[in-house]
Design a protein around this ligand. Structure first.
Ligand SMILES: NC(=[NH2+])NCCC[C@H](N)C(=O)O
Length: 338
């Protein structure tokens, strides 16, 4: 059985292993031992914290194979970005250059540096080990965040965003970054990405072009990747789109990958959440759903085949599922579609 739970100190070797395996372009898990340890500590503190306003909490989950005890994936939620350090995007918008007298009309795209998503909740750090990219594992890892957000809604903002990885090749070369590097940074993409991953972002404020950039002045290669995702990221963006996330012209400042956004209450999985009293018994038939206990530090979620009756306040779960969720008969569970 696959169980999603908060990360704990003892998961450090597994997290380091995932940081290695995820490679460059995976900004939020840089191979940096101190930083990874801090991430675990920060997550543990966030799950412990009594709060009802989102601030700088970061909730990091792992997916564990209960048969082997192996940690096979990660996913995370930042409660609110940009509240203790500026959080940047480029916003893609249009200006019209037209002259009626000369009969010239041109619509040009511009990119403007902004901090528009300050305070938004961010989905991040989604990674699933190679051998486990099958069945419902990916969906559980990604969508359980919506279930958790619904269960603890006061801990999160109304707007949820996800920054999708932009286009880069096997060597970490990004066409968009190449243009920036040439004119402004003199530093390669993996280095810049690593620096932001370890929280050293001052160089962005210092070196990033501050004035709007005319897109038609960028290299053709850079223009072509604005708002485009890395091939490996296609399934992730498709999943978010099916949840109701949309692209509103915000792109990453380094690789120009798209950021997608949704209002919490409009997210499909959030809307599907039902709270029930668990009855342990003979759970026969039914289709796969996500089911989670109602705890915080002891949070557990998994996939189970359940017969969910919208009209009933109860749901029958097997002893095995109850065991996985660490609950007893009569405890509350939340259920969401997969
Ligand atoms: N691919 C990147 N590392 N981009 C830079 C980080 C961007 C992010 N929005 C921030 O301000 O922290």
């Amino acid at each position: 059985m696959m169980i999603l739970r908060p990360i704990q100190k003892s998961d450090y070797p597994a997290l380091l292993n995932i940081a290695h395996e995820s490679g460059h372009g995976f900004t939020s898990l840089p191979v940096n031992e101190e930083l990874l340890q801090n991430k675990i500590a920060r997550s543990e503190a966030s799950f412990q914290k009594q709060t009802d306003i989102p601030f700088d909490e970061g909730y990091l989950f792992v997916l564990e194979d209960s048969e082997t005890g192996e940690v096979v994936g990660t996913s995370a939620i930042e409660a609110a970005v940009g509240l203790d350090d500026a959080f940047y995007h480029y916003h893609l918008s249009k200006v019209i250059h037209s002259s009626r007298t000369l009969d010239v009309y041109k619509a040009v795209d511009i990119l403007t540096l902004c901090n528009d998503y300050t305070g938004a909740t961010e989905l991040c750090t989604l990674f699933l080990k190679d051998g486990y990219r099958k069945g419902l594992n990916g969906k559980l890892l990604s969508k359980s965040r919506f279930l958790f957000i619904k269960q603890h809604q006061y801990r999160f903002a109304d707007t949820v965003i996800a920054e999708m990885r932009g286009v880069s090749d096997e060597n970490g070369q990004s066409p968009f970054w190449q243009w920036l590097e040439e004119h402004f940074f003199s530093m390669d993409f993996p280095t810049a990405d690593y620096l932001t991953g370890i929280g050293q972002k001052v160089f962005i404020a210092e070196l990033m072009p501050k004035y709007p950039i005319y897109v038609n002045l960028l290299s053709k290669e850079a223009q072509a990747v604005i708002g485009q995702v890395h091939t490996n990221t296609r399934p992730a963006i498709e999943l978010l789109k099916s949840e109701g996330f949309t692209f509103n012209g915000y792109v990453d400042i380094f690789d120009a990958g798209p950021t997608v956004e949704a209002k919490v209450d409009n997210i499909r999985t959030v809307r599907s959440v039902q709270n029930k009293t668990a009855r342990i018994g003979n759970a026969q038939g039914g289709s796969p759903v996500m089911v989670a206990n109602d705890k915080l530090a002891e949070y557990r979620a998994t996939v189970a085949e359940l017969q969910v009756d919208a009209a009933s306040e109860e749901v029958v779960i097997s002893a095995e599922v109850a065991n996985a969720l660490n609950i007893v008969d009569g405890d509350l569970v939340s259920i969401a579609t997969l």
